[in-house]
Design a protein around this ligand. Structure first.
Ligand SMILES: C[S@@+](CC[C@H](N)C(=O)[O-])C[C@H]1O[C@@H](n2cnc3c(N)ncnc32)[C@H](O)[C@@H]1O
Length: 218
């Protein structure tokens, strides 16, 4: 993993017990809680792809009773932080982490077709090669139960139109790694989703020009 670029753009704090802290999660977690609360039917078994520090899972499980949340990531230090969050909270419905590379076609212990009500991923699709995006969508088509939801949070373009702040962000991402970049929801993700048996159900505008996107498994 040493040849991979940093997994996040921000400086992440560390508390001494292995738990990492992300400034952006402190800003977005309440808005994500509210949008999930409005769109998910609980109880729900959620597989999170690219859990990063692990704070979303720890926070959302505490805030939304009935959420059963499994962490995953490709990155060793992130997996350690997720383990530390799980240990610190002791929440019985916080599980994992599983080691999953979204770009691969076999997700190991997560390969339980129909077992997952929701696949959730925040801020991964623009900070990973496109194979991770297509792998994520294929994985959702493969593993979600019928009527399950693929839920993505982050910045997106819509049909070739991108907010100025996201266009600047896209340029900075591409300078760091030419394979990264803000994706076009309609031009890039929706066609892949349709191939995988998912239809775009709703798109919710979030603070700071982010979106939460819900695809329904048909
Ligand atoms: C910017 S961080 C976002 C983490 C967290 N979801 C959040 O909102 O803070 C990007 C995450 O994507 C993960 N990632 C990158 N490529 C991946 C891949 N191919 N499969 C799974 N996770 C990946 C990184 O390890 C990192 O944890």
């Amino acid at each position: 993993m040493a040849d991979r670029p940093p997994v996040a753009l921000e400086d992440r704090g560390e508390g001494g017990d292995g738990r990492r802290y992300s400034p952006s999660i402190a800003r977005n977690r309440d808005a994500i809680r509210d949008v999930l609360s409005a769109h998910l039917c609980l109880p729900a078994r959620v597989l999170e792809i690219a859990s990063g520090t692990g704070e979303h899972g720890a926070y959302l499980v505490a805030e939304l009773p009935g959420l059963d949340w499994t962490y995953s990531d490709i990155d060793g230090p992130s997996l350690e932080s997720q383990r530390a969050w799980r240990h610190a909270t002791g929440a019985p419905l916080l599980r994992g982490p599983l080691e999953i590379n979204a770009a691969e076609t076999n997700w190991g212990d997560a390969e339980r077709p129909g077992a997952w009500d929701v696949l959730f991923s925040a801020n991964m699709v623009h900070i990973a090669p496109f194979e991770a995006v297509s792998g994520l969508i294929e994985g959702a088509g493969r593993l979600l139960k019928t009527d399950g939801l693929l839920t993505l949070y982050g910045p997106f373009a819509r049909d070739g139109v991108i907010a100025p702040s996201n266009a600047a962000f896209d340029e900075s991402l591409k300078r760091r790694d030419a394979r990264w970049g803000v994706r076009d929801l309609d031009g890039e993700l929706v066609p892949l989703a349709q191939k995988g048996g998912l239809r775009l159900e709703s798109v919710v505008q979030m603070p700071a020009n982010n979106l939460t996107v819900f695809f329904r498994k048909i």
